[in-house]
Design a protein around this ligand. Structure first.
Ligand SMILES: [Zn+2]
Length: 297
């Protein structure tokens, strides 16, 4: 199993910034410590090229971000201060998901230990998301893999508004988002299928709604390739979450998504999405269980 990582490309955050950057290194260290029998091969993320980014993003946005010329308001909407290191990390992060997609085309499955930057739209970033990795990778899968119909299963607690907006009116990519209705972003975009859950939703209701959504999304999208944007932030202990899933519930979620991909015989890529637990180890626990579920599944 090919597992990509980008955590060596750190970027500076001002004192007091709450983005838990360290979770990615902790996750990679945990996966690296798994027994060799798991068959995991850790691979450093390559850079996405400008041409690849332009499959989804506007040249004006890509060039302004890379060149450090976004206006302050736009940079604030992304929520991470601009630096050369942030540019490098953003290119590597998108490139990792592209590499995972190419690997999954060849081998059926791959994982990236970060990614899921689903708030980014064609012409702008937002909510810690610079480039929409799964959206760009969906275009790669269509172009290079000849797999026209793509499904994005987004179970991050925040709606995948950027992905929904990018593929609005494009029947080739089916977007499914199950999220907290009171969560960011306040103004939701319209996915092909949205399941908005009330704050405090727990395991049983969540898993029931998820299964309904998966059945509907696979039936309507008839996918030839799937992106699973998992997200550790539906966890009850998440600072930004508002849902109340347990770790066991999140693992059951992962198993259902992986089982659906397997049952339909489609290659898939798993990326981690958000995770902002009060205890960083909880976020890493959820991520690690997701990766293990894919590796074992
Ligand atoms: Zn999120």
């Amino acid at each position: 199993m090919h597992v990509f990582y980008s955590d060596p490309f750190e970027f500076p955050l001002p004192p007091g910034h709450t983005f838990p950057l360290g979770k990615y290194r902790l996750l990679r260290e945990r996966v690296a410590a798994w027994p060799a029998a798991t068959g995991v091969q850790l691979l450093l993320a390559p850079r996405a090229t400008r041409d690849e980014l332009l499959l989804v993003h506007t040249a004006a946005y890509v060039d302004a971000f890379v060149g450090g010329r976004l206006d302050a308001q736009h940079q604030a909407r992304i929520g991470l201060p601009w630096s050369e290191a942030l540019v490098e990390r953003s290119l590597r992060s998108c490139g990792a998901t592209l590499a995972a997609a190419r690997t999954a085309l060849a081998h059926g499955v791959a994982v990236y230990l970060a990614g899921g930057t689903h708030h980014a739209r064609a012409d702008r970033g937002a909510g810690y998301c610079v480039f929409n990795d799964c959206a760009v990778a969906a275009r790669i899968v269509q172009r290079e893999g000849g797999r026209e119909r793509v499904l994005v299963v987004d179970t991050d607690v925040h709606q995948g508004d950027g992905t929904a907006a990018i593929f609005a009116g494009d029947p080739s990519v089916f977007t499914f988002s199950i999220h907290g209705e009171q969560n960011f972003p306040a103004a939701k975009a319209a996915s092909d299928l949205d399941i908005a859950l009330p704050s405090g939703t727990g395991d049983d209701v969540y898993l029931q709604r998820l299964q309904q959504g998966l059945d509907a999304a696979f039936a309507a999208g008839a996918p030839q390739f799937v992106f699973f944007l998992s997200g550790a932030d539906p966890f009850a202990g998440d600072r930004l979450g508002r849902l109340s899933l347990s770790k066991a519930g999140l693992l059951a979620r992962d198993r259902r998504v992986v089982a659906a991909c397997r049952a339909h015989g489609v290659p898939f890529v798993t990326v981690m999405g958000g995770g902002y637990a009060r205890e960083i180890a909880d976020t890493v626990d959820v991520y690690e269980a997701t990766v293990r579920c894919v590796v074992d599944g």
